[in-house]
Design a protein around this ligand. Sequence first.
Ligand code: SF4
Ligand code: SF4
Length: 85
Amino acid sequence: MALMITDECINCDVCEPECPNSAISQGEEIYEINPDKCTECVGHYDKPQCQEVCPIDCIPFNPDVRETHDQLMAKYLRLVGSGKK
Ligand code: SF4
Ligand code: SF4
């Protein structure tokens, strides 16, 4: 997991279209981030785009599961189909 959405989310729908990896979707109660798809925006942008747009700052890094830049880049390459499956 890279980033996570907390239960402070107000379901404003601003973050979902900003994610270059389609990692954000509406969950049962609030929006959720698929950790298999979130690269912290590595490969696409300098900063996590969802964090940039969230009006209430409820998308922190998951402190328990941080990935290195190399791991995130490898995930990005898998997602775009040019890395190992
Ligand atoms: Fe998507 Fe980037 Fe947010 Fe991860 S950090 S959920 S890749 S917008
Ligand atoms: Fe929830 Fe923030 Fe996404 Fe809006 S931008 S849906 S408040 S996580």
